[in-house]
Ligand binder design. Structure first.
Ligand code: 5GP
Length: 142
C-alpha cells in the first residue's frame, strides 16, 4: 500500500489550510459536510490521526471514528427526519476510495429517493451552511 500523503485534501482541512462545513470535532475526530453530497446532510467523519484507510489505521483511532459515526448518524436521522441512513467507508482505489485519508460517509436516506452518483454536483455553500446548522443543533440534543 502507498504511504500516507500529508498533502491530501482532508489533511489540509485538518490543518486548517482548506475550509470545511464543520459539524463536530473532538480531540480525535472531525466531522464535516461532503462538498458533493449524495444526499442532503451527507457527512464525512475522519480521524485526526494520519491514516490512509482501514488497512493502516490503529484500532484505537478507528474506534474513535466509530464512536463519532454513531453519534453523527443519530443526529443526521433527527436533523433530516430521515427514514434510514447509508454508512460507507472505501479502501484504496479498487475499493472506491478517492481521498486517501480514512473517512466514513454518513448519508441520511428517505424512502424512494436514490443517492446521487458520487461527485456528481458541488452543493451551494448556503445550503451546506444550513445543513451544518441543522446537524449541530441535533447534536446538541444528543
Ligand atoms: P471516497 O474517497 O470515499 O470515494 O470519497 C471522497 C469524498 O470526499 C467524496 O464524497 C467527495 O465528494 C468528497 N470530497 C472531495 N473533495 C472534498 C473537499 O474538498 N471537501 C469536502 N468537504 N469533501 C470533499
Amino acid at each position: 500500500m502507498t504511504a500516507y500523503d500529508p498533502n491530501n485534501i482532508f489533511a489540509k482541512i485538518l490543518r486548517g489550510e482548506f475550509p470545511c462545513h464543520k459539524v463536530f470535532e473532538d480531540d480525535h475526530v472531525l466531522a464535516f459536510l461532503d462538498i458533493m453530497p449524495r444526499s442532503p446532510g451527507h457527512t464525512l467523519v475522519i480521524p485526526k490521526a494520519s491514516a490512509r484507510n482501514i488497512i493502516d489505521i490503529k484500532l484505537e483511532d478507528y474506534l474513535h471514528v466509530a464512536r463519532a459515526t454513531h453519534k453523527i448518524a443519530a443526529a443526521a436521522k433527527t436533523a433530516f427526519n430521515a427514514d434510514g441512513l447509508t454508512i460507507q467507508q472505501f479502501n484504496e482505489a479498487s475499493g472506491g476510495q478517492v481521498v486517501f485519508h480514512l473517512h466514513v460517509h454518513v448519508m441520511p436516506r428517505h424512502d424512494g429517493i436514490a443517492l446521487l452518483p458520487p461527485a456528481s454536483r458541488r452543493e451551494d455553500a448556503k445550503v451546506l451552511e444550513d445543513h451544518a446548522a441543522k446537524l449541530i443543533a441535533a447534536l446538541q440534543g444528543t
